[in-house]
Write a protein of this length. Sequence first.
Length: 411
Amino acid sequence: MEPNTAGLISLEEAQHMMLQPLQPVSGTEQVSLANAAGRITAEAVVSPLDVPSFDNSAMDGYAVRLSDLGAGAPLAVAGKAFAGSPWHGEWPAGSAIRIMTGAPIPAGCDAVVMQEQTEQHADGIVMTAPVSAGQNIRRIGEDIRAGHQVLAAGVRLGAAELPLLASLGIARVTVRRRLRVAIFSTGDELQAVGEPLAEGQIYDTNRLTVSLMLSKLGCDVIDLGVIADDPAALRHAFTTADSQADVVISTGGVSVGEADFTREILNELGSVSFWKLAIKPGKPFAFGQLANSLFCGLPGNPVSAAVTFYQLVQPLLVRLSGQTTPAMPLRQRARTLNRLKKSPGRLDFQRGVLSRSSEGVLEVRSTGAQGSHVFSSFALADCFIVLERERGTAEAGEWVEVEPFNSLLEG
């Protein structure tokens, strides 16, 4: 058993405690479709029209009347119908109308015969296959009926949904307001990226990582920078963030070091639900409530911060945003190509790369060193290798669970 696992709560317990009581933020706005990507619908969207709005041809071919086909004689071509240019002329008996895909169906038409099922003769066209009533005709409202719901409330708008709304002539959509998330890093050892490092300093990469992921989730980011290891400065940062944001996220300062004042200040300003998780990396993760906002305290180690954001903060923000159908992690079984070192006691999220064998078997290999400071493991990976809490080392060839990265960790 891995040491120091007493008092740690499971990932599932933590997710339940964080998500179960949540209600989406209030507040809506109307935005144009051009500005709606990634936004969440605040109400159901109802179609203002039928789709198609008229009967039209599904093929390039010929519009025919069944009564004209009985004799089997060639049909003269009386005219042409194009998309945007329907046929309105006289349609003599014993003739067909040349029709293109999307063109309105002429009055009296029973079927459309695709051009590949016709032969050209000197005095007209002859059908080379049986013709049935209604074939190759798209009927009015066949796709969507006017007044029917096309999107529910709580749908994230993207490349599938927005063209659908555009096809209905809907130019603006009512969405929930964006989440406001305040972020800051803590630690005297942190230096801004681009500045020279003094002795004992490291670059503040966590705040950049968190900011990028928040942007992908459609949040408005309030960046408060790096806060020194000083109780007064931290208290001011928390009260400032709490007054402006729905969620406050800090990185660092939630472990058990002597200079970690975050725990003490949080207990003054709000309530803390838990401090420690039975996961690796990411054991020192804090969650609680401030006066006006929720608080998530990420570990200081870069990989730990990214893993806990992905597994815990991401679903929290999705729920708060009003999205009702968040994508659950897709886990699959894969055969490991490497020995995966692990001690029982914590759920382990190692980084891996997926592939398929020549036999089509899903395989995964480790990215290498899995230390909580080795952020290059994320740049090389496309999935988590999820090793169960009580599992020990997995030998090469064993089956393991893998969780492919979603868009939050994709390029």
